[in-house]
Design a binder for this molecule. Structure first.
Ligand SMILES: NC(=O)c1ccc[n+]([C@@H]2O[C@H](COP(=O)([O-])OP(=O)(O)OC[C@H]3O[C@@H](n4cnc5c(N)ncnc54)[C@H](OP(=O)(O)O)[C@@H]3O)[C@@H](O)[C@H]2O)c1
Length: 344
């Protein structure tokens, strides 16, 4: 006889962070496992995705595309879960689903926002190579960046969830790809495993000069993941007609005020105007209805054929999520950061 757990561990926002979050911003709580009502399912979290946007949702004034997390509420997050109890005719106990159960062991759902995963052999892929970050890379690069054969594409956070896929898809399009990553081991991985043409270690003292040397013909597509000094080094290298999909700017997510120093807005505007640069921001939530099926088909094929490699950085235990998340904001993750909440 299997005895069902009665305790639900969850991690809530204990206090809003100022700058880089600390462990004191999180609190592990125990509550009762919720009981599913009519039309609902009870979900057991297997894998939890940790993503940079969570930092933005911890601020009182959020980024607009999703509500801020209330103090005392569980941290939000994408999850792969097993249906434990179903009172919804669309799901059966044992089904594997993608959802947003957040940082907790159990959750109830009315099923509307769940995606059945069938018998996906590597379930965590639904959060990594077949999930939101890879879809972000696909849409941002192909629809906005539009790299042409022989063009130079630059992407930072190059071994991370989004950047690693950006670089590999750009290679499949025939582009030359230069990555920027934190540390020699990540850079070796980008070149030797992911097939990038070059990778610059942003922690080395002369990385900006190295970047310029690695892009002798300038940069045609800069996939913006980080902002900060990386964007400053990239801007003078952008070619006439360059495209800049603005995906994120993680270097600033912990900023409490604007940076000091001269106002560089005129320099940016002059470059955008004179070089006819096209910069376009995008939020991936807007693109699921129109593009997800094509992504799923293409990526599924590329991963199965070994043409795109997916590296996951898997941390065991829900209780370790806060430290892993703080590490993500400092570049400690190496691949898509995922918490294994339960082993089956
Ligand atoms: N627009 C959208 O809808 C959307 C969707 C998903 C993600 N995003 C954005 O995409 C970007 C990448 O996300 P991800 O999930 O793929 O994360 P990730 O790359 O797996 O992890 C974050 C990485 O960012 C780099 N980083 C951290 N602080 C940095 C700093 N101060 N300067 C330069 N690099 C820094 C680190 O890599 P290194 O140490 O190797 O440099 C770190 O490993 C983020 O900006 C995220 O917000 C946007």
């Amino acid at each position: 006889m299997t005895v069902r757990a009665t305790v639900n561990r969850r991690i809530v926002l204990a206090a809003r962070p100022r700058g880089l979050p600390t462990p004191a911003n999180f609190r592990l709580e125990e509550t009762d496992v919720p009981t599913p009502g009519e039309g609902q399912v009870l979900l057991r979290t297997l894998y939890l995705s940790l993503d940079p946007y969570m930092r933005n949702l911890m601020d009182e004034v959020g980024p607009g595309y999703a509500p801020s997390i209330e103090v005392g509420a569980p941290i939000v997050g994408g999850t792969v879960s097993r249906v434990v109890v179903s009172r919804n005719e669309q799901y059966r106990a044992g089904d594997l689903v993608l959802g947003s159960a957040g940082w907790q062991d159990y959750a109830v759902s009315d099923g509307k926002e769940l995606t059945p995963l069938g018998d996906l052999e590597r379930p965590s892929l639904a959060l990594s190579g077949l999930g939101m970050p890879a879809f972000t890379a696909y849409v941002g690069l192909l629809d906005i960046g539009q790299p042409q054969p022989g063009e130079t594409v630059v992407v930072a956070a190059a071994t991370g969830a989004v950047g690693s896929v950006v670089g590999q898809i750009a290679k499949l399009q025939g582009a030359r790809v230069v990555g920027i990553a934190g540390g020699p081991e990540k850079c070796r991985h980008a070149v030797q495993e992911l097939g990038f043409d070059a990778c610059i270690d942003r922690r080395s003292p002369h990385w900006a000069e190295q970047l310029a040397a690695a892009c002798p013909g300038g940069i045609d597509v800069y996939f913006e993941n980080v902002g900060g000094e990386v964007f400053e080094a990239v801007l003078p290298l952008l070619n006439l007609g360059a495209r800049v999909p603005v995906c994120g700017f993680i270097a600033h997510y912990n900023d409490e005020s604007l940076p000091e120093g001269p106002n560089r807005l005129p320099t940016l505007l002059a470059a955008v105007l004179q070089k006819r640069i096209r910069m376009q921001g995008f939020i991936i939530l807007d693109h699921y209805a129109r593009r997800f099926d094509a992504f799923r088909r293409d990526m599924g094929g590329w991963i199965a054929a070994g043409r795109i490699k997916v590296r996951e950085d898997v941390i065991d235990g829900l209780e370790n999520a806060p430290a892993a998340f703080i590490g993500l904001l400092q570049g400690h993750n190496f691949g898509k950061l995922i918490v294994r909440v339960a082993r089956e």
